[in-house]
Design a protein around this ligand. Sequence first.
Ligand code: GLN
Length: 231
Amino acid sequence: MTTVAERPAPAAGRPPVKGSIWTPDALAASGSAVRPGAPRVGVLALQGGVREHTEVLLGLGASVAYLRRPEDLAGPDGLRVDALVLPGGESSTIDRLLRVFGLFEPLRDAVAAGVPTLGTCAGLVLLARTVLDPAPGQRSLGVLDVDVRRNAFGSQVDSAEVDLDTTLGPARVAFIRAPRVERVGPGVEVIARRGDAVVGVRQGTMLGLSFHPELTREAPFHRALLAAAAR
Ligand code: GLN
């Protein structure tokens, strides 16, 4: 395992994230930013909004490791992360890449085993038991007992920043080709609605959000993830 001390200082350019010598650029180059004692969050980094999640997590003092291969997730020493983030992007692409990189089953097993997980937008689609309006051949991890409809709020031009009241507090968040939760299983708590539509859910230590809190740097959901990881 690598430590901060073993890593070269990040290249000049973007200013460091507050309170950290790590920038997302340096992290992308090295694969992990380890702070001794801090929860280590594995961010799925195959496609999509990896950088913004990284910035929020580093801002909260977490360690971040990028997940691209099975060995980033687990090794002979066991699981290498305390929590997981599945970012937005395109769920059918992320699904395909998960299978190409051999990460589909290991990731599913880690989430199912109770590693605290935050999935945003495409990440929520990936977690869902059932995907409505899937791309041809699209699969999901099936670990979160909800049905989600892809692109339920319209296309890219219908993107919107919205003020939401959530059970974790108010948050201004972004909807971009967002899915909507159309069925909620008995063990699933609704944590956010947009009008009548369910857009945020929690099942155990799994959080699934239709929207992007990271684009507006809203931290309550990441904070909840880190709190679950610390337990
Ligand atoms: N519509 C995309 C999908 O189905 C999700 C969009 C997003 O993550 N912003 O994966």
